[in-house]
Design a protein around this ligand. Structure first.
Ligand code: CO
Length: 683
């Protein structure tokens, strides 16, 4: 392949004056692939795992000014199916050369999209697999679903395929082509499949459990036609979002400006949506808050210790690629209103360019009230509607869906929220048996307890690159002369000086949060400007430290981690977690216990959603939520939301009392005068 292509001219991409963080275009990915193919380094069975922008050094990006030319580079991972070797390459698109080529020994890169299909096809054609299914009375292979679970690492048990690129496949059965097969798990059969050689290594059969037969269908045709107990409800009237003058944001390339916010959008196969250079316009200048923010890892450890289930520990970012699995979003279904979509481009494993249309959705949402006060003496009401900007993507990982949402608010708040939906993982059980480690969700069908543990990496730069982090919690003042009525309490703030001091857990009963401050930038009260990380729902990891998954994803054991910035420390589980035996991520990054005081630092936050399945989560799970916020805490001198204008009253229909428009439009008639506010004096 390399020799044949060497006859052609290498495509050339000149240095451009576009922003250095603009993602690779389809043409640039094609050029990177072509330059590598012509370099003579690729064997005939080489495949492209990913090709992404090699992000220029931070100093170059921050020092860039419009018009300046910055060389373009691609970072490419390559897997050679012939010998299983993995390579990293950096390709200069500007110079049409390979500037770095390195064999990375002892690692497995994440899965490639076409490997999923190769695995399913080969496993279904395998005689030993077919024999195991025949023992269970299953002969129609067209109705069998083979899901490619990552193989992980389980000590001695995994040793026989230690140096192979393997999946651990599990199977489900549809009753007909449109049926939800996850209702019918084929319990007791697992397949070790080698992706390099495309062969079944081992079929593990631990014995049959009766196939659950109850249907678990949710698709429209089953609700409206086949179900005798339910049909679509008929009382839902249309709800439309109208923005007659269009959205309030502007987009240039991948740069977004909305209200006083500005940031850039990127997208990678592993992380999905990446936000860069988040800043807020204040006093005529853009004040930086974060340099780079992305979900960097997630793990879903299952809690059933049974042999068929303890292998379920999917690393959806590092093993599968949450960005690679992103949906093409649809107007009116996934997002509502005036939408701006962004496409992404990725390298197909055989060197093609994959255009992923509409993977990122951006739109505005009304979010209730932003602030309000009624001066009950003058009867003047001031109320503002809250508008938020939503930037999101949704991925399908086998049976599950995850939506990832960044929200920007007019009061300087940034919020991150994950929406969990899709179909729960299932197993078969003897109907009516006790189900200690899960919930029976249909007769003979159960879903194991599990957690969804996410980690979001935030490269902070609150008003500049050098920041410090404080832990803050509340304490009661001891009873005594300083606290005669026993009511006194205070927020205690402690500087976190080292990486080990920053490894912390949430503590909602003490009101714990963390503050990222810039000791060199003071607000008008003379205090260092800060943003605070306000946790939301969270739980601890319910795996022992000795668990195999804990040894590979140690980040789960702490909610907060802080590291000094290192350009190649990007992932909580390290660069190559697929089939990893040890953790090369946060536990390794932090082992020297570096200083994190007054330096360029990165905050890593772990959010763990604990999922004890409910029958109501079946057959398709209504969205569950988990998230956190970054809120200005002394970053501004007062509320930055005072200049949000009142809403025009015309958006209310004539049947309402008109009370939420401009300041004096009908309050006298709406009952406020008579409801006791005038007389009670205090709230
Ligand atoms: Co779940």
């Amino acid at each position: 392949m390399a020799i044949a292509l060497a006859m052609k001219d290498a495509p050339r991409v000149t240095a451009t004056s576009q922003h250095p963080l603009e993602p690779l275009t389809g043409d640039e990915i094609a050029a990177a692939v072509s330059i590598l193919q012509q370099s003579g380094r690729l064997g005939p069975k080489a495949r492209f795992v990913l090709a992404v922008l090699q992000e220029p050094q931070k100093e170059i990006v921050l020092g860039w000014s419009p018009g300046q030319e910055v060389p373009r580079e691609a970072f490419v991972q390559i897997l050679d199916n012939a010998d299983g070797k993995v390579y990293e390459a950096v390709v200069s698109l500007t110079e049409s050369t390979v500037t770095r080529w390195e064999h990375i020994p002892g690692v497995q890169p994440s899965l490639m999209l076409d490997e999923f299909f190769e695995c399913e096809t080969a496993v279904k054609a395998d005689a030993a697999f077919q024999a195991a299914l025949a023992k269970r009375g299953i002969t129609d292979m067209a109705l069998v679903m083979v899901d490619p679970w990552s193989a992980g690492w389980y000590g001695d048990e995994s040793k026989s395929y230690e140096n192979r690129r393997v999946l651990r496949a599990m199977a489900w059965l549809r009753s007909e082509p449109g049926d939800n097969g996850y209702a019918h798990p084929i319990e007791g059969v697992a397949v070790i499949f080698d992706l390099n050689t495309a062969e079944v290594v081992e079929v593990i059969d631990t014995g049959a459990v009766p196939l659950p037969s109850a249907p678990g269908n949710y698709a429209r045709e089953y609700i409206s036609e086949f179900s005798d107990t339910s049909e679509f409800r008929k009382d839902l009237k249309p709800y439309e979002v109208a923005q007659p003058e269009g959205p309030s944001f502007s987009v240039t390339g991948h740069e977004v400006k909305w209200q006083k916010w500005s940031f850039r959008i990127g997208f990678t196969p592993r992380e999905g949506l990446v936000l860069y250079t988040i800043g807020y316009l204040d006093g005529g200048e853009v004040r930086p808050i974060m340099y780079r923010a992305a979900l960097c890892d997630m793990v879903v450890p299952y809690g059933d210790p049974g042999y068929n289930h303890y292998h379920k520990n999917a690393f959806d970012c590092g093993e599968y690629g949450i960005g690679m699995l992103a949906n093409a979003l649809e107007l009116g279904c996934d997002c509502l209103g005036e939408i701006r979509y962004f496409d992404a481009y990725m390298a197909g494993s055989r060197g093609s360019v994959l255009k992923m249309p509409n993977v990122v959705c951006m739109h505005e949402e009304d979010f209730g009230i932003l602030w309000k006060h009624v001066d009950w003496r003058t009867n003047q009401t001031e109320v503002r509607r809250s508008r938020r900007l939503v930037v999101s993507f949704i991925s399908t990982v086998g049976n599950y869906e995850y939506g990832f949402y960044w929200y920007f608010y007019q009061d300087g708040t940034i919020q991150y929220e994950i929406k969990l939906t899709g179909i729960m993982n299932t197993g078969a059980m003897v109907p009516g048996d006790t189900c200690k480690y899960g919930t029976e969700i249909a007769p003979g069908l159960y879903s194991p307890n599990h957690e969804h543990s996410f980690n979001v990496r935030m490269d902070m730069m609150v008003d500049g690159p050098k920041n410090s982090v404080y832990e803050v919690h509340c304490e009661m003042e001891p009873e005594g002369p300083e606290n005669p009525a026993g009511n006194g309490y205070f927020a205690k703030s402690t500087l976190l000086k080292t990486e080990s001091e920053a490894q912390q857990l949430v503590d909602p009963l003490a009101g714990r949060y963390w503050k990222i401050t810039n000791p060199h930038a003071l607000n008008s009260m003379g205090k260092p400007v800060s943003y605070k990380l306000a946790p939301g729902e969270n739980t601890s990891a319910f795996q022992h430290a000795s668990a195999y998954v804990s040894k590979r994803a140690g980040y789960m054991s702490k909610h907060l981690w802080v590291t000094p910035y290192e350009a190649d420390e990007l992932y909580a589980t390290g660069k190559y977690p697929n089939q990893s035996q040890i953790d090369t991520g946060l536990p390794a990054y932090t082992k020297d216990n570096r200083s994190i005081e007054d330096t360029d630092l990165v905050v890593w936050y772990t959010l763990t959603h604990n999922h004890i399945p409910r029958p109501e989560d079946w057959p398709v799970m209504p969205v569950g939520y988990i998230g956190f916020s970054l809120k200005p805490a002394g970053f501004f001198d007062r509320s930055p939301a005072l200049d949000v204008p009142p809403t025009s009253a015309k958006c209310c229909t004539s049947t309402s009392n008109g009370s939420y428009g401009s300041s004096s439009n009908g309050h006298n008639g709406n009952g406020h005068n008579g409801n006791g506010h005038n007389g009670n004096g205090a709230h």
